[in-house]
Design a protein around this ligand. Structure first.
Ligand code: PFF
Length: 454
């Protein structure tokens, strides 16, 4: 079977940016920026994206394009014994997909919630949110709907589904983000938040800030999730990889910056300080604090709330498509199934495992795998993001830097133009990135078990 390919450079860039721009930009980035001194975090994050981030992104994409395989086959191409790296890597998208569909369902529920239940109910301090996620039927309904939409797009193929939806949703997302940002700037008191967000305070630089910024950098660029290897495997040989990588990273950074503008000034105006934003993170920031911030906008609340959750939904759908595509292509390449059959298999997988994880909030809420108050979703998130992704990123750097050697991928990049920064890239992949990521891995695990606080 001939491998599918993107119809052009922009189709690939938009799809990869669609993967990168996700809930990580919408809720993790503003939270981290608020927590770590606004402008200080921003500055360090930008430096990291264009050094560490683009290097690892280029590594994943080039591995895919060179081998024209999804993760397991990509590593296996260089020797049967290396397949094991691919198998461990493949666990990442399989762990993430089910719970990302759950959260995608929550976002979808809120996007329509501004119309069906109203802004005031959504801003009730968490009662609505917890009754929704603990509901024995409704939470499953939104999970099923979200997963179905995602896998229908994937089943339609690279050109017929993935490319087309990104072509519509990504520009729409940018327009919505600009609209909400402009409105936020007009709120009385918002400019204090803008100043906080943009002013670097060098006294806030700390090891924790650095660790958080490194983790966010590779999570936000969808590195070590098998996604970029898969998307890279559909890139044609004459496309300039270095240029595409910079554009994808730039796009992702732009949306993170806009998310900060959408959230921090409004939150400072409504809640009195940036610290109030960082008091809640992840789901509670998005589904409890933000509706309260929007509620302070009075008559504009339903409009801004709907637009914000709609754009978050677009971000979630395009990321979920990429993670589902990583799973589907692994199944297709390993079992030689048609795209349709592989998509159906992954849909069933997402529904069954997703339902199990979702049950952690209702029928199985007695299971608290990571200590009191934790859920099955937290467990899947911890295993994939904090443990496996760093392990896979380190293994990929060692594989490329020390086993197949950087020259092999440099030659691949140079098929379509000079790779001016080949030397610094080699140093990054061989030495700097593995060391930095080992530190992140140790810190994440230590933080989870309460040995350090992050
Ligand atoms: N880059 C994505 C984000 O920032 O949200 C990371 C991601 C997570 C991609 C989960 C895909 C996914 F399913």
């Amino acid at each position: 079977m001939e491998r599918e390919s993107w119809s052009g450079k922009w189709a690939f860039i938009l799809a990869a940016a669609g993967s990168a721009v996700g809930l990580g930009n919408m809720w993790r980035f503003p939270y981290l920026a608020a927590k770590y001194g606004g402008g200080t975090f921003l500055l360090i994050y930008i430096i990291l994206v264009f050094t560490l981030g683009v290097s690892l992104l280029l590594q994943d994409i080039t591995l895919g394009r060179k081998t024209k395989q999804s993760a397991i086959g990509a590593f296996g191409t260089f020797g049967k014994k290396y397949r094991v790296i691919g198998v461990v890597a493949a666990a990442v998208p399989f762990l993430i997909l089910p719970y990302y569909c759950i959260i995608g369902g929550w976002v979808a529920k809120y996007a329509v919630g501004y119309i069906t239940v109203g802004a005031e109910t959504l801003a009730d301090g968490g009662v609505f949110f917890s009754s929704f996620i603990t509901s024995p039927f409704e939470s499953y309904f939104w999970l099923f709907l979200f997963a179905l939409i995602v896998l229908v797009v994937v089943a339609l193929g690279v050109k017929g589904g993935i490319e087309k939806i990104n072509l519509v949703l990504m520009p729409a997302l940018i327009l919505l983000a600009l609209g909400v940002t402009i409105y936020t700037f007009t709120i009385p008191g918002a400019l204090d938040g803008v100043a906080y967000y943009l002013t670097p305070d060098l006294s806030k630089i700390s090891p924790e800030l650095l660790l958080a910024a490194i983790g966010q950098c590779f999570f936000s660029l969808s590195i070590a999730m098998c996604i970029m290897i898969t998307y890279g495997s559909y890139v044609k040989d004459d496309e300039n990889i270095t240029q595409s990588v910079n554009r994808i990273a730039g796009f992702d950074l732009l949306v993170s910056l806009l998310a900060g503008f959408m959230i921090i000034p409004g939150a400072v105006a409504a809640l009195g300080s940036a610290e109030a934003v960082s008091a809640s993170s992840g789901p509670s920031l998005m589904f409890i604090t933000l509706p309260t911030v929007f509620e302070h906008m009075g008559a504009a609340a339903p409009v801004i709330g709907t637009l914000f959750f709609l754009l978050a939904l677009f971000a979630a759908v395009t990321s979920a498509i990429s993670i589902a595509e990583a799973c589907v292509s692994i199944v297709q390449d390993s079992l030689h199934l048609s795209r349709l059959k592989a998509s159906l298999a992954i849909l069933i997988y997402a529904l069954v495992v997703g339902s199990f994880v979702n049950a952690g909030y209702n029928v199985l809420s007695g299971i608290e795998p990571l200590g009191a108050g934790s859920s099955l979703l937290d467990l899947f998130d911890f295993l994939s993001n904090s443990v496996l992704m760093p392990v896979v990123a380190i293994a990929t750097c060692i594989f490329v830097g020390w086993i197949i050697k950087p020259k092999m991928l440099i030659a691949e990049v140079e098929k379509s133009g000079r790779f001016a920064l080949a030397k610094p890239w080699t140093i990054m992949v061989k030495y700097i990135a593995p060391v930095l990521i080992v530190v992140v891995l140790v810190a994440y695990v230590a933080a989870q078990f309460g040995i350090i606080s992050m």
